[in-house]
Design a protein around this ligand. Structure first.
Ligand SMILES: *Cc1c(COP(=O)(O)O)cnc(C)c1O
Length: 230
């Protein structure tokens, strides 16, 4: 029992700290800038996710369809909002559609969009998505290029009626220099601003190491794992 209690207190402390930092960062722009927190459970277990729910957190993310599936099933009794945020292999498309995530954050190519759209139409379903942009220009990251992002977003809107594009997602540059990370966030935010005219309302940027900077660059959704669960 003591162990459970300690775990809950540790999670409460982490969550409080993250929420406090989000508040400070968003207020530094304007009080009207609202930021959503998605807790990423991939380093954690279902017990911790349930505890975080008891502490008031509702939105959770996973980066693997299999893990998302298991957790959605095992935590079915709780009214959680689930986000998928990892590269989707084409053989997992049907599974993801079946799971009906609240938001699929990592739509990373026109090809994937077309394949997903086709399957969704067959099943008479739609899916909320974010277009992932590889603004750090790192070969290890998926996503469309900064140069192509605007056009691809429009192409998907025109060609894929079952995909409801809500905005963009990006992972900050994986480097030490804050300046370089900031530039990658600014590049994403610039595209987001242009896409607001096309209906975009979500700019998902920022993880444990860089969420405050991301918010200062205009992010309105942060995806945080290790800072909460470790
Ligand atoms: C794991 C992951 C996160 C959270 O990472 P942390 O650095 O632990 O906060 C956010 N976004 C994506 C896409 C991830 O895969």
């Amino acid at each position: 029992m003591k162990e459970t209690y300690d775990m809950k207190e540790a999670l409460r402390k982490n969550l409080d700290e993250v929420i406090w930092n989000i508040e400070q960062a968003r207020i530094s722009i304007t009080e009207h800038h609202i930021v959503k927190l998605v807790a990423v459970g991939k380093y954690s277990d279902e017990q911790s996710i349930q505890t975080l729910y008891e502490l008031g957190q509702r939105a959770f993310g996973e980066n693997q369809v299999q893990q998302l599936n298991t957790r959605m099933q095992n935590l079915e009794e709780f009214p959680l909002e689930w986000h998928m945020m990892g590269h989707l292999q084409s053989n997992k498309i049907n599974k993801l559609i079946e799971l009906r995530p609240s938001l699929f954050q990592s739509l990373d190519s026109l090809k994937l969009a077309e394949a997903l759209n086709e399957k969704l139409i067959e099943k008479n379903q739609t899916m909320n998505c974010l277009l992932q942009i590889n603004s750090a220009k790192e070969a290890t990251k998926s996503g469309v290029s900064i140069e192509e992002a605007f056009d691809i977003y429009q192409q998907i809107q025109e060609a894929c009626p079952a995909l409801k594009l809500k905005g963009v997602m990006s992972i900050g540059a994986h480097v030490e220099e804050q300046k370089v990370i900031q530039q990658s966030f600014e590049a994403t935010h610039k595209i987001y601003e242009a896409l607001e005219k096309k209906g975009a309302s979500i700019c998902s940027m920022g993880m444990s190491s860089d969420y405050e900077l991301a918010i200062k660059c205009g992010s309105n959704l942060v995806r945080i794992g290790s800072k909460i669960f470790k």
